[in-house]
Structure formats: structure tokens, C-alpha cells
Design a protein around this ligand. Structure first.
Ligand SMILES: C[S@@+](CC[C@H](N)C(=O)[O-])C[C@H]1O[C@@H](n2cnc3c(N)ncnc32)[C@H](O)[C@@H]1O
Length: 240
């Protein structure tokens, strides 16, 4: 059950419409956690101190934008040497990877199916676009299931990027509270293998899958090659 309330009286109509669209429970008082506070800065409050919000201007997002020029992800999608491939990020989440790719000049379409994550991301992109952030202007968000999207649409993307939820290796104190909350909100994605096969049929140039270093490749399918970092790797499947 997801609880929702409006951040201010001006947000009540839009918040109630989101509640009825997604079947959320409307609350007047913010006494019980967790809940989604819908408004100018939409947040998912986990407890008194922790909330999920998409903010591309601060924290890790801003750091990656400033210092992330040589990230493996840009090599994996081949956004190098002046190339700016069009990208479908079919597992958008909080939009962090998509923002890095858009920062490198790639037009990125994002798809997110979890309604709370979609509303957080939609709000974050909209705020950044309203502030005139040129990176966010290269981002287009769809709220649906990527499996359904790829089945029903003739996709026209150079690269399809997948970063599905994966089971945590072990519960660790090092996993930040907001990441734990994100995991308990979204759960695991059990349909990734099918998503990989659909993506391979639709991508014009390549499919890139982000995996933890300990995880097997999606659908046990061997990648064309990999880029490995400290804890994660990118499995690259060439399509053409
Ligand atoms: C690990 S998170 C992605 C994190 C993201 N790369 C980032 O940088 O913030 C995975 C997200 O993909 C979404 N997802 C998984 N399978 C999906 C599908 N078939 N269609 C749409 N969204 C999907 C989940 O709801 C979850 O929010």
C-alpha cells in the first residue's frame, strides 16, 4: 500500500489525481511512514530523516556530472570520440545513469514502470528542465513497462541500456539507507531475461547491461565484451 499526500494546498488536485490513477491511499496527516509527498519537490519519505528525491543539481548526480567524464558507462554505450548515440534507458530508476549519458550529449529516452519511482523521476526531470538545464532537455520519460514498449513499438535507438534490480549479495551496513529504501520499495525485477532478448531484437547498434561483479550475465547470454569496474561491470552485446 502506497500512501500519498499533497505538499501544499495548491498540489491537492494533482496529488489526488495521481492517487486515483495509481491506486494510492490518500492521507491528510503525515503521521505514518512511508508516504509520497507530491508537489513542487516530490519526495518519498521513508522516516523522519530519510527521503527519496530526484535532484540532478546536488549530491552524487552533480559530482558525477562534474567528474564523471571518463566513466565506463560512456565507453560501454560508445559515447566517445564525438559519437552521440541515441539511447533507450529501459530501466530508468532514479535517472542517475541516464543523466550521465545525457550529459555526454546523448538523447536519452527513459522508461520506468514503478509508479512512485516514475513520479519522483518525472518531477526531478521537470524541475531541471524548468531551470533550463540543457542536460535534462535531452531526457524524455515514459511511464510504462519496457517489455510492453519494446513488444508494441518499432524502437529506433542506437543503444538500449539495462540496469535491472539485482539481489543484494548480503545485507551490509555500507549500503546507504536510501538505497535500502529504494530496494524495499521496488523489489526485484524477475523479467530481466525477457527484456534482454527484446532489447537485442530492437537495438540498432548495441545493448548494454549493468551488472554487479558477482552476478551471471542476463539470461546466461555471453556478452560480446565487457567493461569491468571495482564492483560492477557493463556487458556489451553488439547487434549490427
Ligand atoms: C537498479 S534501478 C535503475 C537505476 C538507474 N540505472 C539509475 O541510475 O538510477 C532499476 C529500475 O528499473 C525499473 N524497471 C525494471 N524493469 C523494468 C521494466 N521492464 N520496465 C520499466 N522499468 C523497469 C525498476 O522499477 C527500477 O526502478
Amino acid at each position: 500500500m502506497i500512501r500519498i499526500c499533497a505538499a501544499s494546498p495548491d498540489d491537492i488536485e494533482a496529488a489526488q489525481s495521481a492517487a486515483s490513477r495509481y491506486g494510492f491511499t490518500w492521507i491528510e496527516s503525515k503521521a505514518q511512514y512511508p508516504y509520497l509527498e507530491f508537489g513542487a519537490q516530490t519526495r518519498y519519505h521513508i522516516d523522519k530523516r530519510t527521503a527519496l528525491i530526484v535532484d540532478f543539481t546536488s549530491g552524487a548526480n552533480a559530482h558525477r556530472k562534474k567528474y564523471g567524464g571518463k566513466e565506463l558507462i560512456t565507453k560501454a554505450v560508445a559515447a566517445i570520440k564525438g559519437e552521440r548515440p541515441s539511447i533507450l534507458d529501459a530501466t530508468a530508476g532514479m535517472g542517475r545513469d541516464a543523466y550521465v549519458l545525457a550529459h555526454h550529449g546523448c538523447p536519452v529516452t527513459l522508461i520506468e514502470r514503478h509508479p512512485v519511482v516514475y513520479l519522483l523521476l518525472s518531477n526531478g526531470i521537470q524541475r531541471a528542465q524548468e531551470q533550463g538545464d540543457p542536460v535534462a532537455l535531452r531526457m524524455t520519460l515514459l511511464g510504462q513497462d519496457s517489455n510492453a514498449h519494446l513488444r508494441s513499438t518499432a524502437a529506433n535507438y542506437d543503444v538500449i541500456y539495462l540496469d535491472p534490480m539485482f539481489p543484494a549479495k548480503q545485507k551490509s551496513a555500507a549500503v546507504k539507507k536510501d538505497m535500502q529504501a529504494f530496494h524495499s520499495l521496488v523489489g526485484e525485477d524477475s523479467d530481466n531475461d525477457a527484456l534482454l532478448e527484446l532489447a537485442l531484437n530492437q537495438a540498432k547498434k548495441r545493448v548494454v547491461v549493468k551488472r554487479p561483479d558477482y552476478a551471471p550475465p542476463l539470461n546466461q547470454r555471453q556478452a560480446s565484451f565487457q567493461y569491468s569496474g571495482k564492483k560492477i561491470r557493463y556487458d556489451v552485446y553488439l547487434c549490427s
